[in-house]
Design a protein around this ligand. Sequence first.
Ligand SMILES: Nc1ncnc2c1ncn2[C@@H]1O[C@H](COP(=O)(O)OP(=O)(O)O)[C@@H](O)[C@H]1O
Ligand SMILES: [Mg+2]
Length: 441
Amino acid sequence: MAELRVPQLRVLILGLAPAVAVVALLAAGGLIGIGPALTIVAAIVAGGWWIATRPPAAQGTDETEHIAAAPGLPEHLLDQLPDPVILLNDAREIVAINRQARDVLGIGATGRDLALSLRHPAVLAAVETVSSGVPSITEEITLPVPVPRSFTLHVGGLPGTAGTDAPGMVLVLHDETRAKRAEQSRADFVANVSHKLRSPLSAVIGFIETLLGHARDDAEARERFLGVMHSEAQRMSRLVNDLLSLARVETNEHVPPRGIVYLEDVFNGVADSLQVRAAEKDISIVVSCDPDLPPVIGEADQIVQVFQNLVDNAIKYGRADTEIRIEANAVGRMPGSDAAGVAASVTDQGEGIAAEHLPRLTERFYRVDEGRSRRLGGTGLGLAIVKHIVNRHRGQIRVDSEEGVGTTVTVFLPARPETDENGEDESEITRFSTGGDVTKA
Ligand SMILES: Nc1ncnc2c1ncn2[C@@H]1O[C@H](COP(=O)(O)OP(=O)(O)O)[C@@H](O)[C@H]1O
Ligand SMILES: [Mg+2]
């Protein structure tokens, strides 16, 4: 453990006080939250600690090597901070990076110029501004891939480091994605509920008023109106359930799933639960899986929901007395990526979907034939839920359809990476689930 002598301690306190004061002022003014403020203060102190305790720089060594081998670097300390933190030297090379930053940003190596590891113009501009003498900068940024995430970026200069290879700047990112998504999803939920529930509610109120008024003693009208009220109330209940599902899925879309899912089990479960509804139309459900199918990385409940929604559509829009096939095969490469995956498809023999509708099918409330979907108990949200779940799983959806013949919806999901013979290597799973969420330069 590095030793801190009294004069160094004084330098550390005097040097860091202004930076800490700036952060305190930002927090007091409500510009940044208490959580990020504490992280920033901790990172500044960690950087300062290292400057104060590091041994004098050795002369004439290769700089990159020297940085990578710098003793006393507080990475273990930085790893304990909940937010991504990067320390840069005066030449804007990375001298330390904590685990969170590696996971979120996909940056591995220290000793490289930040611009080579993270090509984000706003981050680089903030670093530029601070190195030109501005004490610190706090701003909101969005990192685009694979799912957009919002961060509060704080860049602060560390005092007394000019011309040395000691940390001259600290970058802290605080993830605001969940808060942002929750806010957006609340706004969408309120807008959709008030818009979509209004008409069934006024229909129900109208029937109740009629039953309380002139149809009071009309037994036949009572029977009929109660039937309509019942189905309208069920429709409202389905709408609220689907909207809640959608809101939940959207809020967690940036969090990579961590479980392992065996699709054959999912398919058999979904087929069992929908068998009775299919039998009402004399439709049979056939499950067929590649015997060597690898498991996929996913959250089981959500994967079940995907195939429940797809098979539900296949039953609703399939012709009576036909067959629905649920199939899965391993694929060497997922569309648009090099990763191995699984292609899982649901095929019906129904009226199909005209090509012009295909691009819009997964929009919320988009229906090819609104009246028919309503009669069949649809909300227009099933495929929107499917899309968000598949996005969260870093998967892809493809719809192939021929009018008058039928529709195949294929979902591509990343397979669990190959493991050792036991096939149960937990560390592989963890590595993948965090690595799948990175923004690579
Ligand atoms: N298998 C299918 N065959 C024909 N049309 C389909 C199929 N699946 C979905 N659709 C069309 O896509 C629309 C959106 O589907 P979805 O989001 O599940 O909503 P819902 O089923 O509640 O209407 C449906 O209204 C229907 O027009
Ligand atoms: Mg549906």
